[in-house]
Design a protein around this ligand. Structure first.
Ligand code: 9WN
Length: 429
């Protein structure tokens, strides 16, 4: 799309609108992604949203992270949703998940961008004394969280953690899950979805996917969240590139935090070893014939050969070799040319690409930020700048929607969305 510069007055009003969006979504220390559709605290939403708060209220930004950690399980897991207060506007709620810890929560996690966000917060803080104090307090919890990922989700030291649910990937109906999800049984009980009463159903996952999402939720509950049992028997097990890449970068960021604050110890040395294992294993997700990284269905040992934006996150993670990065940059350039706005979450040339249906095509701003960061750090500034420019155009065209149609730039899903406003504050304005 054509380059548009944002004049000062527009930037100012967009900034005010972004701040207002976060304030309106504030439920007293934590931020809901948007009212109605998502009335609780989500894990990776909060990490990204804290980056936005950081621009105008640093204590509030740290509080976002602290409240998220208040729901951490004894085994180190930071849940994907914390149900702080009841709400009937979302399904499935805490009773369906059945995980009644001190704070009700789901029993899976989400892409662990937390340590990366916290490092970014420490580096950009104006109140560095406060930031240092907060990171020092949070460090041990972060270490426990990362240990949980590697020990619980890669108990056999393969170098590649597994995920048990499309909701854990944060990319719910990505076409990368289609085959693996198809093998999961459907729930045999009736239920009423709430999402499709807030948002046009043509922009949401299908019932056939929800039937299986719920089967898995129920499976975890029936087996009492038993890690070993679930690892051995879960009917859905993926090596998800999004999680693997985000975890890898976050582990490296955690080690940098530890260095800065003098907090590294034998546990973080162990995390460094785990990260090395990922570097050695990632090549098994690279396909030579199509020059791309793919997710793997662990149960069938087959790559899900569909180009989704998660593959580009390997550059952000520093997991791609120089040659792979060059080749991914060429692919990204074609991807950018293939629709008016970039980066579509599924490559527009894929037959499963749908520009409006959630993670099957629409653009997500926090993913754009990560992809652009990866290319910028690898020296591919044209690609990074192009993605950033497109992202600005989207916000100018449509404001702070949940996600965007790559062909028209139209906002889709929830309105007044926290992470979209936060990324604008952090990266665009
Ligand atoms: C399930 C909150 C979350 C995001 C996810 C996004 C969507 C939930 C849903 O909304 O998922 O977690 O019910 O659709 O896919 O990435 O964290 O914004």
């Amino acid at each position: 799309s054509t380059a548009v510069t944002i004049d000062k007055a527009t930037a100012l009003s967009l900034k005010e609108l972004a701040k207002q969006t976060l304030k309106d979504n504030d439920l007293g220390g934590y931020t809901v992604p948007t009212h109605g559709l998502y009335p609780f605290q989500w894990n990776w939403d909060s990490a990204i949203t804290a980056l936005g708060w950081m621009k105008f209220d640093e204590p509030r930004a740290w509080q976002e992270i602290e409240i998220l950690f208040s729901g951490q399980w004894d085994n180190g897991m930071v849940p994907h949703i914390l149900f702080h207060k009841n709400s009937e506007t979302y399904f499935p709620g805490p009773n369906i998940w059945g995980a009644n810890r001190a704070i009700k929560s789901t029993s899976i996690s989400q892409p662990p961008v937390l340590a990366t966000a916290i490092k970014e917060m420490l580096e950009t803080a104006k109140d560095s004394a406060l930031a240092t104090e907060k990171v020092t307090q949070l460090f041990n919890k972060l270490v426990e969280y990362h240990l949980w990922w590697y020990n619980d989700r890669d108990p056999q030291n393969t170098g590649l953690v597994v995920t048990y649910h499309p909701w854990e990937s944060g990319m719910d109906n990505s076409p990368a899950w289609d085959d693996a999800l198809h093998a999961v049984p459907c729930v045999d009980w009736e239920y009423t979805r709430r999402d499709t009463s807030h948002v046009d159903p043509s922009q949401r996952p299908h019932k056939s996917e929800y039937d299986r999402f719920l089967y898995l939720v129920d499976f975890f509950k029936r087996h009492n969240f038993d890690s070993q049992y679930i690892f051995d028997n879960c009917p859905y097990k993926m090596n998800d590139l999004g999680i693997i890449a985000i975890l890898h970068r976050a582990t490296k960021d955690l080690l940098i935090l530890g260095d800065k604050l003098g907090l590294n110890d034998e546990r973080t040395e162990y995390l460094a070893k785990r990260a090395k294992m990922t570097e050695q294993a990632i090549g098994s997700l690279w396909c030579e014939s199509s020059n791309y990284f793919y997710c793997r269905n662990v149960l069938t040992n087959s790559l899900a050969k569909v180009k989704t934006s998660a593959g580009l996150l390997c550059v952000y993670a520093g997991l791609a070799t120089k040659a792979q990065t060059e080749s991914l940059n060429n692919t990204a350039q074609q991807w950018i040319e293939a629709s008016q706005f970039s980066i579509a979450s599924t490559h527009p040339s894929e037959t499963c690409y749908e520009p409006q249906r959630y993670w099957r095509g629409p653009i997500w701003l926090h993913i754009n930020w990560m992809i652009a960061l990866g290319f910028a750090e690898s020296g591919f500034t044209n690609t990074a700048n192009h993605i950033q420019q497109d992202t600005r155009n989207l916000v100018l065209t449509s404001g702070y929607y949940e996600y965007f149609n790559p062909e028209t730039g139209a906002g889709c899903g929830g309105k007044n969305f926290s992470w979209t406003a936060a990324i604008a504050l952090h990266w665009l304005l």
